[in-house]
Structure formats: structure tokens, C-alpha cells
Write a protein that binds this ligand. Structure first.
Ligand code: ZN
Length: 135
């Protein structure tokens, strides 16, 4: 079941410049940085209330974030919804003819499993499902 919004992904050209901007905007001191090699992105994240804001920079020109910025510029990239049973939600959505980018979950940031839904099936919004990895 999908239970909450976990994070909002924002595509940025330059992570360090964006970190400075967001520090100013939200008076942040604690920003978490990590790289997700299988998605070819570097991320910086921080929490506003219960929702994580995830600034996402392309690792190289083959990254989906690079292509996104070329096409649409910097801005909101995706909304991630947290599931307590990601495999069940993916098969339910597939049965409802929702086009899945990832049919099986992959490793994402924050020690989570993630899977993207195709924006053609979701009214133009790139949606991610995520679930905390158990032991
Ligand atoms: Zn995400």
C-alpha cells in the first residue's frame, strides 16, 4: 500500500551551487550527500517536515537527469511515494495497465528500494515508488 510522500526529486545542473541556494532558502546546515551509481546521479538531500527534498545531479551525459535537463531545464523531476509493499504495488499497477519503467525494484538512495512509473501512464508526472529495505 502507498502510504505517504517520501521525497520530491529536483533536477539540478550543479549540485554544489544548488546546495548553496537551498541552504539560503531553508537555513539548512545538515545536508546528506550520496551517489547512486545505477541511476548515474549524485544527490543531496534534506528534510522539510516529513518530506525529503532530493537535489539530483547527473553523473555524466548518459544519466537520465542529463537528458531531462537538456529537454526541460532544471526543475521538479519526480515525486516519490512510500510503499509498505513495493512488489505488490508494482504488480497491482501493472495489472491496471500502468506502464512501469522498473518492473522490479532497484537500489536507490537512503537504503531504499525504488521503481519508477512511466509518465505517459501517470498524466505526465514521473512517479517513483520506494520502500525501506528490510534486513
Ligand atoms: Zn527519488
Amino acid at each position: 500500500m502507498i502510504k505517504s510522500i517520501n521525497h520530491i526529486g529536483i533536477a539540478v545542473k550543479n549540485l554544489d551551487e544548488s546546495i548553496e541556494l537551498y541552504k539560503t532558502l531553508f537555513q539548512l546546515s545538515d545536508i546528506h550527500k550520496e551517489s547512486v551509481v545505477n541511476q548515474k546521479v549524485n544527490i543531496a538531500s534534506f528534510k522539510i517536515g516529513e518530506v525529503i527534498i532530493e537535489l539530483t545531479e547527473a553523473m555524466d551525459e548518459s544519466s537520465p537527469i542529463h537528458k531531462f535537463i537538456e529537454k526541460r531545464g532544471e526543475g521538479i523531476h519526480h515525486i516519490a511515494f512510500e510503499s509498505d509493499a513495493i512488489e505488490n504495488d508494482l504488480s497491482r499497477l501493472k495489472d491496471s495497465n500502468i506502464n512501469l519503467i522498473n518492473e522490479t525494484p532497484k537500489d536507490g538512495a537512503h537504503n531504499m528500494l525504488i521503481a519508477f512509473l512511466h509518465p505517459k501512464s501517470t498524466g505526465g508526472v514521473l512517479m517513483e515508488l520506494c520502500q525501506e529495505k528490510g534486513e
